[in-house]
Ligand binder design. Structure first.
Ligand code: SF4
Length: 706
């Protein structure tokens, strides 16, 4: 039986970007229960992950001492159940930190700052993200710092910054309370943002019309007014057909276009070639349905658009979002309650980590590193010279790890905190080879992840309930997470570890106060980000638990809906950018006749390192499965439940088949959480040229019975 509850601690859920507020129930130094709290995003609602998924922190696999690779131990990801003692030995913190930073210093001295890179985490706090990027920029000496935003919404942010001057959402999820029309495209909120999905369903109950647009038909279709199950890869064709209809049928908001946009005429001329009748065969949706949806969106009193990885993870991900921006702005469906654009953020703090500068081309608050004024401000603020060139992105950094020795920007040493690229990156054989090829790799995590198995030094870190810090959810709301428990064994708070790494790299930082000076770090970050969170003090967060930015002064209540008067661009106007059709990089053929779509499922979170160690979640979804519909199974000669091989040009995995009539003809769907059948062994590492995001949502595979 669970110990009785001895105390409660208020915090935030560590999983998805919805940012539900929770209360830990603690007994016997364990979390014995979790309850929903009355936060702005959840109003006490929780999904199965937040309610039952936190026991991963007590799993016996937790790292409790620093580990050092034994001389000659092969660098490879072993099968499940491998004994770490064959590869690593335990060490003291002093020894581990010396062995972590000494080789990084030596590589920097021998090859220059570009020889080093760092991946931070969207699962950590804002303070950790801020300090990590500061360490890379001021200690490593380059802007080679990135994190998993590169794998989820980098293309969305590229288009939003280009078009609207801000990469964040315009309205919070709960603004669907005011919407009469909701378009959800390339997203499966029931599985991936479950509490957000409940607000959408409530809006439908109230009378709002929900349109789902996705190659997969998801459970939300029970609530939809129309379901557009378009052909994979036909997003731009579909969206341009909607734009064509709005313009051709005179449904635009002429005053909004005149006063608040640029380049409308170029867009108008461009979409003339994309009539619904011409696009219908490409997207597999009847022209009449495309016109009906376009009319309903444009004429609705208030309309919201939500999107997810189905939009962003394509070589044309940025183009997809350019179309969505155009749709919202030429109809005036933005800048008022119930009308706006909302890219649903994946991880609990991917918004905050990006805001805090954990990206290679921007300092905190999206100040470009190649802007001389911005760079001068940060040089003065941090007291050191900074690199004027943007750094490399996640996939580029690992490609550079395999570059020729003569390459001036070859990456030789890395520090990875709380990310698992050996599961999350595309084309894993290549990724793992690159990680293993590094001359020095330091990994900081709570488990011996697939990435940590490839490290030279492993530093045991803290889980979210074991530390205090802030996180920013998909709604731009900064929220306070509070420590409920001490980390196990010799595991340490990430903020403390980053500071020890900084000291080892020669930096002289001093953040006084409890829990590695978290309040002092936050206050420094607040100064660096005064344009967005200047009015959100640590004391205010301690008192109120959450405040939405932009919030510029102590009496500013925060701004849930933005762009009401102008866009944060130099002209105050939105820029419309026409998008042509760019097909997927790798199309099906005779050898690989199916399209692989990767994604997530309700019970398992991203690479599975946490949720597959949560007892209830693992019991609900214990094995890897691939989904196909009955017609496609018959064509491939396979049965539901059969063990099959799924193979692409880059790799092959074995797993069982699951019947799913929502998966379209010609396609197979796989979650990427299962190490024993890692979907990313199959995916294609080709990048969107603007956001540098890989094409996770489309590659060619074959399915064969075993
Ligand atoms: Fe946690 Fe997201 Fe579920 Fe809320 S919806 S409980 S934030 S996983």
């Amino acid at each position: 039986a669970a110990p009785p509850v001895e105390r409660t601690v208020d915090s935030v859920c560590p999983f998805c970007g919805v940012g539900c507020q929770i209360t830990y129930q603690v007994g016997g130094e364990r979390i014995v229960g979790v309850q929903g709290r009355n936060g702005p995003a959840n109003q006490a609602r929780l999904c199965v992950k937040g309610r039952f998924g936190l026991d991963y922190i007590h799993h016996p696999d937790r790292l409790m001492l620093p580990l050092i690779r034994k001389p000659g131990a092969p660098k490879q990801v072993p099968p499940a159940g491998a004994d770490w003692r064959a590869v690593f030995r335990e060490a003291t913190w002093d020894e581990a930190l010396a062995l972590a930073t000494g080789p990084l210093r030596a590589l920097r001295a021998a090859h220059g700052p570009k020889a080093l890179a760092g991946f931070g985490s969207a699962k950590g706090s804002n303070e950790e993200a801020y300090l990590f990027q500061k360490l890379v920029r001021t200690g490593f000496g380059s802007n080679n710092v990135d994190h998993c935003t590169r794998l989820c919404h980098a293309s969305s942010v590229a288009a939003l910054l280009e078009g609207l001057g801000s990469g964040a959402v315009s309205n919070p999820v709960r603004d669907v309370e005011h919407a009469e029309f909701i378009l959800v495209i390339g997203a499966n909120p029931t599985a991936n943002h479950p509490v957000a999905a409940t607000w959408m369903k409530n809006a439908v109950q109230r009378g709002a019309r929900l349109v789902l647009a996705d190659p997969r038909a998801t459970d939300m279709r029970q609530h939809a007014w129309r379901t557009l199950q378009f052909k994979p890869d036909a997003d731009v064709a579909l969206l341009n057909a909607l734009l064509h209809t709005v313009i051709e049928e005179g449904l635009t908001d002429a005053a909004f276009i005149r006063d608040r946009t640029l380049q409308y005429e170029a867009l108008r001329q461009h979409v003339q070639a994309y009539s619904p009748e011409a696009m219908a065969p490409l997207c597999g949706i009847a022209a009449s349905t495309l016109r009906e949806v376009a009319r309903a969106y444009a004429t609705s009193p208030a309309a919201m658009i939500f999107w997810g990885m189905g939009v962003s993870q394509h070589v044309h991900g940025t183009d997809n979002v350019r179309c969505l921006i155009a749709l919202a702005t030429i109809t005036g469906q933005i800048g008022k309650p119930g009308s706006g654009l909302h890219p649903l953020r994946g991880q609990n703090n991917v918004q905050g980590a990006s805001d805090a500068g954990l990206i290679p081309m921007m300092f905190p608050d999206y100040q470009r590193v190649d802007n001389p004024q911005a760079r001068a401000w940060f040089e003065q603020f941090w007291g050191t010279a900074l690199d004027e060139r943007p750094g490399y992105t996640v996939v580029e950094i690992l490609n550079l790890a395999l570059a020729d020795d003569a390459h001036p920007h070859k990456v030789r040493g890395m520090y990875i905190m709380g990310e698992n690229p050996a599961m999350s990156d595309p084309d894993l054989h290549h990724t793992r080879h690159a990680l293993a090829h590094l001359e020095h790799l330091v990994v900081q995590d709570i488990f011996l992840t697939e990435t940590a198995w490839l490290a030279d030094v492993v530093l045991p870190a803290s889980a979210w309930p074991e530390k205090t810090g802030t996180a920013s959810n998909t709604d731009r709301t900064v929220q306070m997470g509070r420590r409920a428990l001490a980390p196990p064994g010799q595991a340490r708070p990430d903020l403390w570890i980053i500071q020890q790494m900084a000291a080892g790299m020669g930096l002289r930082w001093h953040y006084p106060g409890a829990e590695a000076g978290v309040a002092a770090v936050y206050e420094e970050m607040r100064q660096a980000m005064h344009r967005s969170i200047g009015g959100i003090t640590w004391q205010r967060l301690e008192r109120d638990s959450s405040v939405t930015y932009p919030c510029l002064s102590a009496d500013d209540p925060g701004q849930p809906v933005v762009f009401t008067e102008r866009f944060p661009t130099p002209t105050g106007r939105a820029t419309l950018v026409p998008a042509g059709i760019v097909w997927a990089n790798e199309r099906p053929d005779a050898d690989y006749p199916l399209v692989l779509i990767t994604g997530r499922q309700l019970e398992h979170w991203h690479t599975g390192s946490m949720t597959r160690r949560a007892a209830v979640l693992d019991a609900l979804e214990p094995i890897a499965t691939a989904c196909m519909n009955a017609r496609e199974m018959a064509r491939c000669g396979v049965q539901p439940g059969a063990l099959v091989q799924v193979r692409s040009r880059r790799g092959a995995v074995q797993l069982h088949l699951r019947l799913d009539e929502g998966t379209p003809d010609g396609a197979v769907f796989m979650p990427f959480a299962y190490a024993e059948a890692a979907a990313n062994l199959l995916t294609n590492a080709v990048l969107d040229p603007f956001g540098k995001i890989p094409e996770f949502k489309y590659c060619a595979v074959a399915v064969q019975a075993l």
